[in-house]
Design a protein around this ligand. Structure first.
Ligand code: HEC
Ligand code: HEC
Length: 323
């Protein structure tokens, strides 16, 4: 009896000591910053480059989907050029994130940031103040040409004054930020330019480095953003933007005969499905921007997806109630 009590007391002390040390470490490291190089990217005033930037921002890269409030989603789906004034809320286990204002306003937007700072954020996942960005954006391998185009376009958009609240870190998030969350940087050599066209190579580039097909259609841990499933096999559970009572689950988009969406779709079926736009209102997929992609872009994506090894994985229904 006495020894049991002693052990319990001992364990209790150990737990208290552990929590004490953990909280000191978390407190010391919660605002840690990271180093990353500043890419030699500079905005240019060339109308063709700016047009390419706009096409990416409101199309394949769907910046507007995330950098405008949820109340604007229907307008974005319809193709309206809404201001990129931020304020889209992502309420995930580590934090409540309000996307930043990325218009050229100097106080509340990114108008005062040098081009190389914006480029570093997108390429290295290290934010303007040095902290690790939560891994929402897949642009680490965006080509030099496309990164230049995006930033060149952003420089031309009129400033919109809109002060967006800072990220509200939850307890779990504060611990993860101190100990786990690190910037996601490039893992391959960055291309200078990837030639558009209906090729597998361009399709892979769009699917992985621009349109985020892989980022949503692969199972990930919402706490850390880490990939835990097989690429394109679906099963990523994410909060529903328009109905907080629901979670949206991504389907398997490999060509697996039983469980893959692409098993029986021809290239033309794929194009037709994309032209139709959003069917499930609660879907988080930026169907509107994708519905306006060029035929060759969609063909490229299809041709690439057809090279992805089929994976048997049935993620179940698309909409489920939050547990
Ligand atoms: C899937 C949603 C999503 C998409 C798409 C997206 N962003 Fe973001 N972006 C975010 C979130 C969330 C943050 C804040 C991350 C953080 O603070 O940890 C952010 C932050 C930023 C920042 C600020 C980084 C810093 O240094 O603080 C810039 C600039 C930015 N995004 C530009 C863009 C551009 C340009 C595009 C399109 C090419 C884009 N974003 C597409 C979600 C998105
Ligand atoms: C922000 C997350 C997100 C992104 C990015 C995304 N998807 Fe999806 N996708 C979903 C969700 C959620 C669904 C299920 C709901 C629906 O069908 O709209 C879905 C459904 C699909 C479907 C099945 C449609 C049907 O009618 O059954 C296909 C095919 C698909 N996505 C392909 C893609 C491709 C290709 C890309 C990249 C160009 C992509 N997705 C990017 C979230 C995403």
């Amino acid at each position: 009896m006495k020894t049991t009590l002693k052990i319990i007391k001992g364990t209790g002390l150990f737990v208290i000591l552990f929590l004490f040390i953990l909280s000191i470490v978390v407190f010391a490291k919660k605002d840690r910053t990271f180093d990353a190089p500043y890419p030699a990217i500079q905005a240019v005033y060339d109308s063709a480059v700016i047009a390419r930037g706009k096409e990416l921002v409101y199309g394949a890269a769907h910046c507007a989907h995330c950098h405008a409030p949820v109340s604007q989603l229907d307008a974005i789906e319809r193709g309206e050029i809404v201001p990129l004034a931020g304020g889209h809320i992502f309420d995930i286990p580590p934090a409540k994130i309000y996307t930043p204002n990325i218009t050229s306003d100097k106080e509340t937007g990114i108008g005062a940031w040098p081009d190389s700072v914006i480029a570093r954020s997108l390429r290295y996942g290290v934010g303007h103040a040095g902290s690790a960005l939560v891994d929402f954006m897949p642009f680490q391998h965006l080509s030099d040409a496309d990164l230049t185009a995006v930033i060149s376009y952003l420089k031309t958009v009129p400033p919109v004054k809109n002060k967006v609240p800072a990220t509200e870190w939850k307890l779990l998030g504060t611990v993860l930020k101190a100990l786990v969350i690190e910037p996601t940087g490039p893992t391959i050599e960055i291309p200078k330019h990837v030639a558009p066209g209906a090729t597998v190579e361009y399709g892979k580039y769009l699917a992985e480095s621009v349109a985020n097909c892989r980022g949503c259609h692969t199972e990930r841990d919402l706490k850390t953003g880490k990939y835990i499933g097989t690429p394109y096999a679906g099963g990523f559970h994410m909060p529903c933007e328009v109905n907080p009572a629901l979670e949206v689950v991504t389907p398997n988009i490999t060509s697996d005969a039983q469980t893959g969406k692409l098993a029986n779709w021809t290239e033309d079926d794929f194009l037709q499905r994309f032209r139709k736009g959003k069917v499930i209102h609660e879907s988080t997929m930026p169907w509107g921007p994708f519905s306006r992609l060029a035929d060759d872009d969609l063909r490229a994506i299809y041709r690439f997806l057809k090279t992805v090894p089929p994976v048997t994985n049935d993620p179940g229904p698309v909409l489920v109630s939050v547990k």
